[in-house]
Write a protein of this length. Structure first.
Length: 240
């Protein structure tokens, strides 16, 4: 059984084990959400998957790409523009840096996803991949808040491989990955490392192989892994 079919079977088991009726997923216009939604449809059928478009002052092309992914998957969708809510909430809060403001966006989206999941008895499907999870490139209780992560064990190159196998639109596969946190923001620019290098460094580190990237880049990646460990763990509980 190939990787695609293994993930499809895994999704089915996760949903069945929880007694859930389906899956809700946020569609950003990026490759990860496009691949995850396509896998969910193959696991459950298009009638049991709901895609939410949740733009917050987002680029118009991202919404067009998200619609293209949803059309390809054949799923029901709903558009909830959170731009106004984001601005209103921002007015209630004290001034802060760009990171604090940007992290509001995925946390607002998480509220919408879980509202629909609770309403429909669905599970929330996360879209993070292994490379992003390992270096903590996600917002805690934002896009990191989900019930299952079908791409969580896959490096970015493996996600791209799956995307072509699933016939995801080429524009979505090749566009620069971005979380859409601010105009011109890209994942690679924010992390300070390309996905190609990130995948390779993490894979070599996991399998204890000699690194070939520059020592500076390797140190940067491994430091991100170390500093983000708390994001991959449940909250610590005091035991009396």
């Amino acid at each position: 059984m190939g990787m695609k079919n293994e993930i499809i079977q895994w999704i089915r088991r996760q949903v069945a084990a929880c007694g859930a009726k389906g899956i809700v997923i946020g569609l950003s216009g990026g490759i990860d959400s496009a691949v995850a939604s396509a896998l969910c449809v193959k696991a459950l059928g298009h009638k049991r998957v709901l895609g939410l478009f949740l733009p917050i002052e987002s680029h118009a092309q991202d919404l067009r790409d998200a619609r293209a992914a949803a059309k390809k998957a054949g799923i029901k969708t709903r558009l909830i523009d959170l731009s106004g809510i984001y601005r209103e909430v921002s007015l209630l809060l004290p001034a802060a840096g760009a990171s604090a403001r940007a992290n509001l966006k995925p946390r607002l989206r998480m509220l919408m996803l879980y509202y629909h999941a609770n309403k429909l008895n669905y599970l929330v499907c996360g879209t993070g991949n292994k490379a992003e999870i390992m270096v903590g490139y996600f917002t805690k209780f934002g896009d990191g808040g989900c019930d299952l992560l079908p791409l969580g064990g896959l490096l970015k190159r493996q996600v791209r491989q799956l995307a072509r196998e699933l016939a995801i639109p080429e524009r979505i596969i090749t566009k620069p990955p971005t979380a859409g946190l601010w105009p011109g923001q890209t994942d690679e620019g924010e992390m300070g490392v390309s996905y190609a290098d990130l995948d390779d460094i993490l894979d070599r580190h996991e399998h204890k192989k000699r690194q070939v990237a520059s020592p500076k880049t390797v140190r940067r990646v491994l430091e991100m892994v170390k500093k983000s460990e708390h994001k991959r763990q449940r909250p610590n509980i005091f035991i009396a």
